[in-house]
Design a protein. Structure first.
Length: 161
């Protein structure tokens, strides 16, 4: 397991959260959720795309209770292909150059990486927050259309070594 992929503060938060959960001081109720994601298979890679609102609370890097069930297909695929590198990217539809938005997307990508680590995914994890509408897949001028820009991409790649 590669611990160097996580920032120390997130690692300590995970250790604390795991300890509290094991002691049953924090009860995480099971929430039945139908996974909502897109899966794209390419010649040498696999891409999972999740709408951010499926995994995270609004304007927060805190994962929703049902996020684990949403990410179950990613965990299953990662366990079946431990040789692949996982690249996690968080995107935001906020077109403004906001420091808060930039930090939030970094933490969202990191939170997904941390979740995969807690699920004992042994793949190498790389994560980054892209954010601020720099790579839109649709226009940000209309809120309902621009929601597609607020997404989490989890890509499985060959390391090239």
């Amino acid at each position: 397991m590669r611990l160097y992929a996580l920032r120390p503060n997130v690692l300590m938060s995970l250790i604390g959260l795991c300890g509290l959960t094991a002691c049953q001081l924090i009860h995480q109720p099971e929430v039945k959720v139908t996974p909502t994601y897109e899966q794209h298979a390419y010649f040498n890679r696999m891409l999972f795309v999740y709408p951010k609102q499926q995994l995270f609370h609004t304007v927060s890097a805190q994962m929703k209770p049902g996020a684990g069930q949403q990410l179950a297909p990613v965990v299953a695929y990662a366990r079946s292909r431990p040789d692949l590198v996982i690249q996690i990217r968080a995107f935001d539809n906020d077109a403004a150059q906001s420091t808060v938005s930039s930090e939030r997307v970094d933490f969202e990508a990191e939170a997904v990486a941390a979740y995969l680590w807690t699920q004992r995914v042994s793949n190498t994890l790389r994560y980054s927050g892209v954010g601020r509408g720099q790579h839109p897949v649709s226009t940000n001028r209309v809120a309902s259309i621009g929601a597609a820009n607020s997404r989490i991409e989890i890509e499985f790649l060959y390391d090239g070594k």
